[in-house]
Ligand binder design. Structure first.
Ligand code: URA
Length: 235
């Protein structure tokens, strides 16, 4: 496993790779920006939504519209903020007119998602809605059946606690679903407190070789003077 600095550098490199992506010819033509994802590079909690909408496409950041405001409110209610978590999507480009992602687009974009997950190495991945839930569970079971139920799943090389919830934008259409989403969010602190699930043998062996983190009173490395691109502001 890599150090926090190595993970941050890995995310920056992946962001630079993704920002010029032309794997989906239509999306590459119609998007304004590639919305890579934002948040803490070593977050324990990651959210995976569906795809950028109009506001996200304009600003280059995930969940900055109405659904994002609900996400912020629900995070605040459990004592968390955006800079403590990492937020990304199944797709990095806005589908025109906010149509559903096409299967081929999900297929072409998924390697960015899996590499992001591998770099951040969260303990809990909260999938927002059907697209993220189906992709990360490799299964067609829908969010109505799965929301609020945590399970340990292998995502890439690591085991994570997967926690599907309603998509905030979908919940906003039905006020009672906002309440369901809120109740599901209330379970996140306890899930995080469980810590990482048991890892597959290869990961566990790798992590046992990692040097222990320096003690708190060890000298902190100097902060980089390098200006950060706006989308990396929260990394
Ligand atoms: N909906 C999503 O799924 N993702 C965003 O980034 C914004 C809205």
């Amino acid at each position: 496993m890599s150090s926090p600095d190595e993970r941050r550098e890995g995310l920056k490199a992946l962001f630079h790779e993704a920002r010029g992506c032309v794997r989906c010819p239509q999306l590459a033509q119609t998007r304004h920006t590639v919305v890579f994802g934002a948040g803490h590079a070593n977050a324990d909690l990651m959210f995976v939504g569906e795809a950028p909408g109009r506001n996200e496409d304009e600003q280059g950041l995930p969940f900055v519209g109405q659904a994002g405001r609900l996400l912020d409110t629900l995070l605040g209610e459990i004592g968390l903020s955006r800079d403590a978590v990492f937020v990304t999507n199944v797709l990095r480009c806005r589908p025109p007119g906010n149509r559903d992602p096409h299967p081929v687009e999900i297929e072409r974009c998924q390697d960015y998602l899996f590499r992001t997950i591998d770099l951040v190495a969260p303990t809990v991945i909260c999938t927002l809605g059907n697209f993220a839930t189906k992709l990360l569970r490799h299964d067609t079971t829908g969010i109505m059946r799965l929301h609020g139920q945590a399970e340990v799943r292998t995502v890439g090389p690591r085991a994570v606690r997967l926690f599907p919830v309603f998509h905030p934008a979908a919940a906003l259409y039905t006020p009672s679903n906002v309440e369901v989403l809120r109740q599901d969010f209330q379970r996140l602190p306890a899930l995080l407190a469980l810590g990482p699930p048991e890892q597959p043998v290869a990961v566990a062996a790798d992590e046992s070789l990692v040097e222990p983190a320096p003690a708190d009173d060890a000298e902190a490395p100097e902060a980089s003077e390098e200006p950060q691109p706006v989308q990396l502001g929260l990394f």
